[in-house]
Design a binder for this molecule. Sequence first.
Ligand code: COI
Length: 361
Amino acid sequence: MNVDFPLRQTDRATSPADRAKILSDPGFGRYFTDHMASARWTPDAGWHDHRVAALRPYSLHPGTAVLHYAQEIFEGLKAYRHADGSVWLFRPELNARRFRDSARRLALPDLDEHAFLASVEAVVRADEPWVPDHGGEESLYLRPYMFASEAFLGMRPAEEVVYAVIASPAGPYFASGVIGVTLWISTVYTRAAVGGTGPAKCGGNYAGSLAAQIEAREHGCDQVMYLDGAEVRWLEESGTMNVFLVTADGELVTPMLGTILEGVTRASVLELATDHGLRAIERQIGLDELRDGCRSGGITEAFAVGTAAVITPIVGFKGDGYEFAVGDNRPGKTTLAVREHILDIQYGRVPDKRGWLRRVV
Ligand code: COI
């Protein structure tokens, strides 16, 4: 079904001078563009009121369901400026599909893939000058989300729902981005259990991860590395990223799906493995295997992947009473090559052989 998000241009757009100042050092998630897309849903009317209009605050009734029960999901994807000035999305169909799956898990209504894509593209077109110039690693981060907007305190799926897309110019997610991060292996907190909301991209999962992130920081680490909820033994994912290991015998290993997020960057890295002479393997990885492999040299590199963080080298792990380096405590060769490869595709510096890019402007 083709859906249109008609534009009502704001008359209070950020001045070109202020925008240029922001784009010279956007950081991550600090600034927002001038417009947002939105649509509303009720069981009777279905999705309606599609539009792109000025970014504006919500006025919410104190009883609004999302404030109490966290019935909410979101996505993250980026728009990239190529050398010729055109603007592209990277595999947005995968975000649309995951958004639909997250919606089903959180008992929110399905949003058609075409509507998802149309809304994201409409925001990029409306705020095209906010897409950073080609040349660095900046992009326009897009944040589609959906929440229960009905004011109602009973426990049932909300019958009023809001969908929206906002945008934020983005530089590196981690200040220590390419230098490498150290992860704290938590045995206090786990992220998900079989049958839970682990695979869904819902706000609750991220709220629950904040205490673990604080724990990681208290131990001098950049982020947490979660183990599984049942045995507290198998690697799951990092706070906001999927995790990969490179072995001395040419394997690229990552925890299998089930309770973790099915990352778009994760899926892409798995597909690129053969180009780097690696065999991609999705399986359970034990903490013992990680520790022993890093100490013996059987595991040579580790990295974390996500839309915001792209590919971030992991240079060491710490846990309760132990710590170990990965390789020589510096970003690995393969990690940096895969990172460059994915950025080259996203920024149009190499041919898009797999048809992963979608042109917007
Ligand atoms: C992303 O990588 O897009 C995410 O959603 C992580 C977010 C917490 C910044």
